[in-house]
Write a protein that binds this ligand. Structure first.
Ligand SMILES: *Cc1c(COP(=O)(O)O)cnc(C)c1O
Length: 382
């Protein structure tokens, strides 16, 4: 099946008891057994739930993986992946990453689990080999990176990691499986904040992991059931419903992203535009090789580098709402330094090239002309 067919059909079967074409919301905590141990594969909804199972089967297919597990949030998915490692293990992570990932790595796991984290820029593959030690067990990649839209060469990382018997995890939230499927490039595990593009309608918080390795999947399922950060059936239903238009939404996000990037590049008040589809983007070629299109996330800075100007611009926008998050049908703007990335210290942010005046856009699927008009009017004011 091609991607657009998978979004609608993968993992979905008509309900055997009624023929309902849509997967029912199995709003139940437990399941009746005929005799102790004699059940239909379901005992308790922390462990298994049919609505969640359908979603997990669908997600596995979209990423071309064997196993998928859903969690109550993207952070719960990330937490569970890190919990599958042991004290004194080392993780090498890209230094330009989601603020919440940086926070859980440094302030939760480094402190409480004794797992050590190193943060390095990964656009240059040579610095990775130098950072590897015999304790390194995992390389954590986010690409496109947030918020600078750097592109990291997944295959290049996988080649290095394989030589050292290290696993590769890719947070694929920004790309979604429509644009990029890391398992096909050799990565071991994919992580999603489902909250963003996959659910796509800003009405669900959820996370997922997708992988091929049977024993790692079993360990993660054990942790999922033991720690209990599972999503409810209603949210699984909403996500299944959202996924049915993932391919259509992503096409529209990419088209609008491209139009807005071009508009901003040509605007006299704009200094830098960070969008991997621009030929001037430093990693444009890698983006072309590993992604099917370039997405609707972009960042930019103004020539006038005063933070007040960036703030004024964001509050002048009418269609772009100032809000955390991304990947919904509606356009959002955000200020990473004070919002999504406030938990990364200023020196670390600046080392990664994230200036306090950077504005991030999650371009929605409204009419592009209206979005451009909105930006144009706001830019005239600053
Ligand atoms: C939002 C986000 C997360 C965290 O996901 P939640 O669903 O908010 O817990 C992780 N990684 C990236 C790249 C994100 O954008």
């Amino acid at each position: 099946m091609k991607f657009g067919t998978k979004t609608i059909h993968a993992g979905i079967k008509a309900d055997p008891s009624t023929g309902a074409i849509m997967t029912p919301i199995f709003q139940t905590s437990t399941y009746v057994q005929a005799a102790p141990g004699d059940h239909k594969g379901y005992e308790y909804s922390r462990t298994h739930n049919p609505t969640r199972d359908a979603l997990q089967a669908n997600l596995a297919t979209l990423e071309n993986g064997k196993h998928a597990l859903c969690f109550s949030s993207g952070m719960a998915a990330i937490d569970t992946v890190i919990r599958s490692f042991a004290p004194n293990d080392e993780v090498i992570s890209t230094n330009d990453l989601y603020g919440g990932s940086y926070r859980i790595f440094t302030k939760v796991h480094q402190l409480n689990s004794g797992i050590n984290f190193k943060f390095i820029p990964m656009q240059d593959l040579s610095s990775i080999e130098e950072a590897i030690t015999p304790k390194t067990k995992l390389i954590w990649v986010e690409t496109p990176t947030n918020p600078l839209m750097n592109i990291i060469d997944i295959k290049g990382i996988v080649d290095i990691a394989k030589k050292h018997n290290i696993k590769v995890a890719v947070d694929n939230t920004f790309a979604s499986p429509f644009l990029q499927r890391p398992l096909e490039l050799g990565a071991d595990i994919v992580i999603h904040s489902i909250t963003k593009y996959i659910a796509g309608h800003s009405d669900v918080i959820m996370g997922a992991v997708i992988l091929n390795d049977d024993s790692w999947a079993e360990k993660l399922a054990f942790l999922q059931n033991s720690c209990g950060a599972v999503p409810g059936p209603q949210d699984c239903f909403l996500t299944l419903r959202g996924i049915k238009t993932l391919h259509l939404r992503m096409k529209a996000h990419c088209e609008n992203g491209s139009k807005i990037a071009q508009f901003l590049v040509n605007h006299p008040k704009v200094e830098n535009v960070y969008w991997p589809g621009l030929e001037s983007h430093p990693n444009h070629q890698i983006a072309k090789d590993q992604m099917d299109d370039f997405g609707g996330m972009l960042s930019f800075t103004l020539k006038d580098d005063a933070i007040e100007k960036a703030f004024e611009l964001m509050s002048s926008l009418k269609i772009f709402s100032l809000a955390e998050s991304l990947g919904g049908v509606e356009s959002l703007c955000g200020h990473p330094a004070s919002m999504t990335h406030a938990s990364i210290p200023k020196e670390e942010r600046e080392k990664a090239g994230l200036r306090d005046t950077l504005i991030r856009l999650s371009v929605g699927i409204e009419d592009a002309d209206d979005l451009i008009e909105d930006l144009s009017v706001a830019l005239d004011k600053v």
